[in-house]
Design a protein around this ligand. Structure first.
Ligand code: AMP
Ligand code: GLY
Length: 437
């Protein structure tokens, strides 16, 4: 078996490792835009190219005679890579361009939930011009969120109170977007606790993964700008400390409803990973957004505890018989922390080397992200650099293990010490308790 893997972040590193762990001894053909040392070690062939170059990716896949493909980054899904691979006779884990709209268009997603009566929307309206914007913002009483209608790498959304303080500041941001011809979704600001629940699906059957919580703010105490995600944790019971069993059941059912709605809307089954970014609110759960791929860093929590053969799951997704695949997860907690360049995300240092050589890989797994392996060392390229992941029956023990190993990494890096600590988790439990009381 030979598998094409597209992408070169930490997400793809653990996907590659999970493929290689299969008892079927598959070979990996990796198409990447940088030299990820972890993936290079796993890959039988490693091709450097642009993620946007579909022709080069398909050409590589055909030369390598891959049996199937798995796509990491959303940008590739947005460009219809899966459609083109299929045209070339290569089936992929990942949705077609039309189905990926669940992530690539916030307005498509909100309208879909509305049309199919899936009760997860905040109040929202979609605007292509300033007409009616002020009235809508008045209606939302200034508590609103501005979402450009496209992929923004987790950095385009602006939230009242966080990114702008007054109605006028918000209006200015909206005007600038509309002037650029950008469609915007203006929605009610939801108050609660966010969590991620991902589902494997072949478009007809669903297998839910353990819930995880990402930490998007750059600095401890949930301060600083939003990032791609600074780290994440997941618990041994597959739920999260602040959630009730009903919250988890509701989130699972919502993912199933969305899978059905996508099939009705497009006429085609969604094959891949559906990632719900939920928020537990006063009553039940709502949706912040959907992603059409594994969450990064959450993938490092869920695949670390996957006990089944990952390639069986992938083939079940592709063949439409996911119901025939037995999927097991280990009851263990995981903590994943990213080391990011000093100054990330606004002014990250780059083109300097880091050294992870002293990290004890018996204790944690290392996943490489925005780094480039050159002859003289491992270079920062400006985004999240490496992730360290520990697994332990006890969540707080896992957190301590990660911290101890992070201390051994050398370079101009920063990370969030508070992710997975009792203090942060208790504050989240207290905060939701207050909202729900
Ligand atoms: P996104 O790029 O959609 O992941 O949004 C980035 C972040 O903005 C989310 O993780 C939330 O913290 C926040 N956000 C997005 N939509 C809302 C909303 N309706 N209410 C409150 N926060 C939101
Ligand atoms: N964990 C955030 C993302 O993958 O988009």
């Amino acid at each position: 078996m030979k598998v094409l893997l597209v992408g070169n972040g930490a997400r793809e590193h653990i996907i590659g490792k999970s493929v290689k762990r299969s008892s079927k001894n598959p070979d990996l053909a990796v198409f990447a835009s940088a030299h990820n040392p972890g993936l290079m070690e796993l890959a039988a062939s490693y091709q450097i190219g642009e993620m946007s170059d579909k022709t080069a990716i398909i050409d590589f896949a055909q030369r390598q005679k891959v049996d199937w493909a798995i796509i990491g980054p959303e940008a590739c899904l947005a460009q219809g890579l899966v459609d083109d691979l299929e045209q070339a006779g290569i089936m992929a884990v990942g949705p077609s361009q039309a189905l990926a709209q669940i992530e690539t268009s916030k307005s498509f997603a909100r309208e879909l939930f509305k049309e199919y009566h899936i009760p997860v929307n905040p109040e929202f309206m979609i605007f292509d011009s300033p007409d009616g914007v002020e009235e809508w913002l008045d209606h939302l009483r200034g508590q609103f969120v501005i979402k450009p209608d496209g992929l923004t790498g987790g950095k385009g959304v602006k939230v009242a109170g966080d990114h702008f303080k007054t109605m006028n500041e918000g209006l200015e941001i909206i005007r600038q977007l509309l002037d650029l011809g950008q469609r915007v979704v203006l929605e009610e600001k939801l108050i609660g606790q966010e969590f991620s629940l991902m589902t494997f699906t072949d478009g007809r059957h669903a297998v839910h993964l353990p819930a995880a919580q990402d930490n998007k703010r750059a600095l401890a105490g949930d301060l600083g700008p939003n990032t791609g995600g600074m780290g994440s944790y997941a618990c041994a019971d597959f739920s999260l400390p602040f959630l009730t069993p009903d919250d988890i059941k509701a989130a699972q059912k919502i993912n199933e409803q969305v899978i059905d709605a996508l099939k009705s809307k497009t006429g085609r089954p969604y094959r891949g990973i559906l990632y719900g970014n939920f928020i537990a609110v006063n009553k039940g759960v709502k949706i912040i957004e959907y992603n059409a791929r594994f969450g990064d860093p959450e993938v490092m929590n869920v695949l670390t505890v996957l006990r089944s053969d990952f390639t069986d799951i992938c083939q079940g997704i592709i063949r439409g018989n996911l119901d025939k695949v037995k999927v097991y997860f280990e009851n263990a907690a995981t903590v994943c922390k990213y080391l990011v360049p000093a100054g990330y995300p606004l002014n990250p240092v780059k083109d300097v080397t880091i050294n992870v050589g002293a990290v004890d890989q018996q204790k944690v797994d290392i996943y490489y992200a925005a780094v480039d392996q050159k002859k003289d060392g491992l270079y920062l390229t400006g985004s999240r650099a490496v992730a360290l992941v520990a697994k332990h029956p006890d969540l707080f023990a896992a957190e301590k293990i990660v911290e101890a190993e992070i201390d051994k990494v050398i370079g101009p890096l920063q990370h969030r010490r508070d992710i997975g600590t009792p203090k942060l988790i208790n504050s989240r439990m207290e905060s939701l308790k207050k909202i729900r009381s």
